[in-house]
Design a binder for this molecule. Structure first.
Ligand code: SF4
Length: 459
């Protein structure tokens, strides 16, 4: 029996593993996204006749080193998130307890040597997980002799302490040939969004993003070309979700709606089917037009998160793919959303290399001035494999990462000063009288926001 393990490093912690392209991200503990990518790997292993168990420790509690019949696992395949890699690796080694261990996730793909040195007997999936896992299973899986070379798409430590890699594999090009995620193996009812009734599922119509922002982990892990799924493949998956009684879907596309006609076709198909399904997505203001927003609302879209990033054109051009050449694009998109009853959130980043305090404050003022329902401000983070990480490493060794993977500073301001600007941006945003009044209507949400704000100060 194979175990697909989603380790939880700390009790009560929530890590959304498929966020940031597969690096994972610590989120509000009340937000529980299912490990959909792990369920997809489970479906591929099952297609190959493998018996398996999928165990998400964050909703099922600690996994054991043995299956329900008391037998050790034939192999443990563990997803390691970047935020807690060391602790999660410790959990994976405990659960594997001598069984073959396979590690995957953004860190296995971008920091393979470091991870292999920390787990010298593990096999790493270093190309896109689906292709690499299939190569391992087709080469014999756990029965592969340890003397055999690593299968294509995989790597491990050799006797000299260096990385030995199998042949490179191209990403899964035709996503519509993938099976649907094995959601029957998940405790679907345990996943959800704060203050929203009912379970949530995640899916994506595409991988990759042509905008190519320098900080973007999606581009680092999924590539620039947009790889879409066929409409009927997506609809089959949504039907599966409806049949499981899950009322909400979050489309995890890096840039939802990037292909206008496909988006309209999906929305028309959803509107026709009248499924009891509400959904959310993330995109950039310049991608949408009013017709798309109107159809998205008709098709059940209830929330859009917009990547706005910064008010400064210089930083937009250098790091953000010039997603917002003119703030009017954001104002217009938010007007359409309000007119069609779609709630909104804006993502903003502070602390780009050599960004001045004044520029950070201009971003806070832009956020405050926009008609957004909520906002998220975070420190520009150099995920491995991104152009931002390369730029920081080349420009200034003092900008090396700390244990939380945020830069120590941006060359002008220290990390603590950037955190102070983030807290200030939150105060400015939620301190507006109309927003404060709205927040007071949702006391539990307000308390959670205050707790996260305080945690930011304690960092
Ligand atoms: S728009 Fe930028 S941040 Fe968003 S997915 Fe594309 S490259 Fe990444």
């Amino acid at each position: 029996m194979l175990l697909l393990l989603v380790p939880c490093a700390r009790a009560g912690q929530a890590v959304a593993r498929d966020l940031m392209g597969g690096f994972g991200m610590e989120v509000d503990p009340a937000l529980r996204y299912p490990p959909t990518r792990a369920a997809l790997l489970a479906a591929l292993a099952r297609e190959r006749g493998r018996e398996l168990r999928l165990w998400d420790e964050s909703v099922e509690g600690p996994a054991s080193a043995r299956d329900e019949q008391g037998r050790p696992w034939d192999a443990v395949i563990a997803q390691i998130a970047w935020v807690e890699a060391e602790r999660e690796l410790t959990r994976a080694l405990e659960v594997a307890s001598g069984a073959p261990l396979v590690l995957w996730g953004g860190i296995a793909r971008t920091r393979a040597l470091e991870l292999a040195r920390a787990a010298p007997r593990a096999l790493l999936l270093v190309d896109e997980e689906e292709v690499a896992l299939c190569a391992w299973l087709d080469a014999g899986g756990e029965r592969l002799p340890s003397s055999a070379p690593p299968p294509a798409g995989c790597a491990r430590l050799d006797a000299r302490g260096e990385l030995e890699s199998g042949a490179e594999l191209a990403p899964w090009k035709e996503l519509s040939t993938l099976p649907l995620p094995a959601r029957d193996l998940l405790r679907n009812e345990r996943y959800g969004i704060p203050d929203v009734a009912g379970a949530v599922a995640t899916t994506a119509l595409t991988r990759g993003c042509p905008i190519d922002c320098a900080f973007c982990a999606y581009v680092a892990l999924e590539g620039k070309p947009l790889r879409p799924r066929a409409l009927d493949h997506v609809l089959r998956e949504l039907e599966q979700i409806v049949e499981l009684g899950i009322p909400r879907v979050v489309f995890r596309d890096p840039l939802f709606g990037a292909q206008r006609e496909r988006t309209l076709a999906l929305c028309r198909a959803l509107a026709e089917r009248r499924w009891p399904l509400r959904w959310q997505c993330e995109t950039a203001p310049k991608v949408l037009d009013e017709e798309r927003v109107a159809w998205m609302a008709r098709a059940g879209c209830e929330h859009i998160s917009f990547g706005i990033e910064t008010a400064t054109r210089r930083l937009q051009k250098a790091f953000c793919g010039d997603k917002l050449p003119d703030p009017e694009l954001a104002r217009r998109a938010l007007r359409w959303c309000r007119a069609h009853g779609i709630a909104t959130r804006g993502f903003f980043q502070l602390g780009f290399p050599r960004e001045t305090r004044e520029e950070m404050r201009a971003t806070a003022e832009l956020a405050r001035s926009l008609d957004l329902g909520s906002a998220q401000f975070c420190a520009a983070t150099p995920y491995p494999g991104t152009a931002l990480a390369a730029a920081l490493a080349a420009s200034d060794p003092l900008l090396a990462r700390d244990a939380r993977h945020a830069p120590r500073g941006n060359g002008l301001l220290a990390a603590e000063e950037i955190d102070a600007e983030i807290r200030r941006a939150y105060r400015r945003f939620y301190g507006r009288a109309d927003r404060l009044a709205r927040e007071l209507l949702h006391p539990s949400r307000l308390l959670r926001r205050l707790a996260r704000w305080r945690a930011l100060g304690a960092r």
